[in-house]
Ligand binder design. Structure first.
Ligand code: CMC
Length: 428
């Protein structure tokens, strides 16, 4: 039986259909509201707006639940590989052994990048932020790999190229920034090992693969692989809705992720913890500033639009951070500051009242530091992890029979119509 919500305005009743998701989430379909009544709805920041129906990721912010294609992220972080999770997100189910082998071969076969790309990298100004470079370079990939056969094959090849080449490009940009020789991808290594080797292997000091480090990167990437309709994913869908190519849509996602309120928070957390350390290690003033309405300062790595409890990814990241530092025998003073800051914030009435808990970015920077990733590349690491999610969400939107170009409305608040005044007649 079809379910409706009835809207009453000035004696007129309008019936709006109710849409129910597979986990019982409910939405009111207002797509015909303007045509039937002349009204639009207002929801700045899309706080309460569903922009699509999606079968990729389920989040329950009140109960701290996150599942990819139905599988709890905790299980994937414990048992899956990043490559398998990427396959799951993009194809909707876990691969068979043969499918996973074929996927690996395709990724390896496409992991080299055109050598002309090197010249692009070298011509960015020295101080360029790696996220700006990555966004531009992913867009530029379209010029290097313009088309490939029929649409279905073209889409599959573009997705493979993105997963395989962006990882190589990220490592390449790091090597170029250091003035070092590039290290090529190796087919005998796993996806995570390969990235670490391309980043850190040098002719004078071969990179020693440590299983704890590889495992930390695997978990980090799985935890970042998708997060339903967040700012960057919505950007990918919105830009993609104009039917641009996938490289351009992903490039838009990377640009959105760069922001400190989104993926850029992992870099901002480390900068904040370093400031606290330089100020003598007292986190009380950071808490006071975060509480102060007249100060724009926010506690980075805290709070989330959807999670009103502990971010399930942050729980896993925190545990992994402790284990990694222990096993590598690293004593990072920023970890002590982070722990103390968290403990104090979680007992503070402001943070309790506002439901502010650590999010995925709070401990991830300390993990990345331990792996050896430079701070300005933290958000690139997030972007590499998020690629499968962006690709899956883009693919779903392209295949959606209800697809429409994204085009929100507004309520205009400017001047009403008045006549143009010639320059000579205007007052000084
Ligand atoms: N520190 C201090 N106060 C905060 C914080 C924070 N980190 N986050 C939210 N608040 C307060 C905010 O001032 C507001 O207070 P009031 O209602 O009294 O005016 C209230 O909480 C609600 O904030 P909001 O900005 O309306 O919430 P939002 O859902 O729009 O913002 C957020 C979500 C993640 C942008 C925000 O919590 C924030 O800026 N956090 C810090 C940046 C950060 O860690 N970002 C990473 C997010 S997780 C990674 C990802 O997937 O992107």
């Amino acid at each position: 039986m079809e379910d409706f919500v009835t809207l009453n305005y000035n004696g007129t009743e309008i019936k709006l259909p109710v849409v129910t998701g597979s986990e019982g989430e409910k939405a009111i379909d207002i797509s015909r509201l303007r045509a039937d009544t002349g009204f639009i709805t207002m929801d700045p920041g899309y706080v309460n707006t569903g922009s699509c129906m999606s079968s990729i990721t389920f989040m329950d912010g009140e109960n701290g639940i996150l599942r990819y294609r139905g599988i709890p992220v905790e299980q994937l972080a414990e048992k899956s590989t990043y490559k398998e999770t990427a396959y799951l997100l993009i194809n909707g189910r876990l691969p068979t052994r043969d499918e996973l082998t074929e996927f690996s071969i395709n990724l390896n076969d496409n992991s080299l990048v055109h050598t002309d790309l090197k010249a692009f990298f070298q011509n960015f100004p020295r101080q360029s932020h790696p996220m700006g470079i990555l966004s531009s370079m992913v867009n530029a990939l379209r010029s290097f790999y313009p088309t490939y056969g029929p649409l279905e094959e073209e889409i599959n090849m573009t997705m493979t190229r993105l997963l395989a080449k962006v990882r190589t490009m990220a490592a390449m940009s790091y090597k170029i920034s250091r003035g070092h020789e590039l290290v090529l991808p190796r087919p005998d290594m796993t996806y995570c090992e390969n990235f670490l080797n391309m980043m850190f292997d040098t002719p004078v000091k071969p990179y020693e693969i440590k299983k704890e480090v590889v495992n930390a990167l695997r978990v980090f990437w799985i935890l970042h692989a998708d997060h339903e309709q967040n700012c960057s994913t919505s950007s990918v869908r919105m830009v993609g809705s104009a039917r641009v190519n996938l490289y351009a849509a992903i490039s838009a996602g990377i640009a959105a992720l760069w922001g400190p309120l989104h993926g850029g928070a992992n870099q901002a957390v480390i900068e904040m913890l370093t400031d606290i350390q330089n100020d003598g290690g007292s986190y009380q003033s950071a808490i006071e500033r975060a509480r102060d309405k007249n100060d724009s300062f926010r506690l980075m790595g805290f709070g989330h639009r959807v999670y009103k409890t502990y971010d399930p990814r942050a729980k896993i990241m925190k545990k992994m951070c402790d284990e990694l530092l222990d096993s590598l025998n690293i004593d990072d003073p920023l970890l002590d500051i982070a722990r103390g800051l968290e403990e104090t914030a979680l007992q503070d009435p402001y943070f309790i009242d506002h439901n502010l808990y650590p999010n995925v970015d709070f401990y991830s920077g300390i993990v990345l530091r331990a792996i050896g990733i430079p701070t300005n590349m933290f958000t690139v690491m997030f972007a590499l992890g998020r690629l499968p999610g962006w690709i899956a969400q883009w693919k779903e939107s392209v295949d959606d029979p209800r697809w429409k170009i994204s085009r929100p409305r507004q309520v205009y608040t400017g001047e009403q119509e008045y006549d143009y005044i010639p320059l000579h007649a205007r007052n000084a």
